[in-house]
Design a protein around this ligand. Sequence first.
Ligand SMILES: Nc1ncnc2c1ncn2[C@@H]1O[C@H](COP(=O)(O)OP(=O)(O)OP(=O)(O)O)[C@@H](O)[C@H]1O
Ligand SMILES: [Mg+2]
Length: 333
Amino acid sequence: MNLLSVSNLNVNFHLKGQDLAALIDVSFTLNRGERVAIVGESGAGKSVLGFSIVNLIDKPGYIKSGSIKLDNKEITKMTRPQLQEVRGKRIAMIFQDPMMTLNPVLTIGAQLVEAIRSHTRISFKDAKNIAIEKLHSVQIASPEKRFHQYPHELSGGMRQRVIIATVLLLNPDIIIADEPTTALDVTIQAEIIQLLLDICRNNSMALLLISHDLGVVSRIAERTIVMYAGRVVEEGPTLEIINDPQHPYTQGLLNALPQMALPGQRLNQIVGSMPPLNERPTGCAFHPRCPYATDQCRQQQPGFINSGVSTVACFMVEDMLTDTNSDYDEEID
Ligand SMILES: Nc1ncnc2c1ncn2[C@@H]1O[C@H](COP(=O)(O)OP(=O)(O)OP(=O)(O)O)[C@@H](O)[C@H]1O
Ligand SMILES: [Mg+2]
């Protein structure tokens, strides 16, 4: 049984009298201890997906249809106390801005101790010891000193470490990390990513890493899901996605990575931009930006096909596979 399974999830936003789709038929699974990345440009629907999983989509958004199951229990039908239990103990979220989670008027120590004592009846002294140990385990130097400091006295990277320490206290089965390193320096980014990786491995936690950067996810996720305009367009083992991307959008994302350009060369950005919800093109939403688009792409939504170990929604890939298979059949005849 999958730890988490999302099936045909549709999330809409009511905006200016219109009911607009932000997620369309999104399906994927996450197994215990597995690390999966969700990638795509700004506006792809990555955060909406992350929030939907913990049922945190608020008006004007709503889950229109589909299913989100945690250990086979339907999250979309849970009561408020059941949801709080899930968010507190089973699934933890880490955001780009640690200040979304940290309270600016409480010391780091007070917040950690509160988190511990909210679900365990122990003395302040014992809770303090656990808190310091957790700060230590996320490689915060001088944890005894940091314990008494306020969030604003810490750097961005250190605040993110405090958040990870809080997550460790909860010992969840799943961490959803939404662009956890985007606001940080490149060197600090690498450290935090490594820390997340170590923590998930050592504690058998599953990780859903949301990122617009395929370079970052390649180091951490075993599987990658590529999203465009609210849909999944490609999914597969990360190595496969990086080394042999099938969908023209995934190819575009990879070509746009800084490490793909030669020194002095301009980055190969994908021409055009992600459409807003009320301007989603007909057919394959990527067609206006796709160098291979045909009339079929402009009119019809491609279904998913298996290409090797990846799954991809693209007519061009489908046609290529059909051609290859018929060549093979002819050889056999
Ligand atoms: N509260 C909201 N009200 C209206 N529209 C929203 C809301 N939240 C998200 N959207 C729209 O849903 C779409 C997906 O947004 P989402 O925040 O999931 O993108 P994202 O992939 O996380 O992008 P980014 O990389 O910039 O974080 C966008 O078109 C966005 O404008
Ligand atoms: Mg986002």
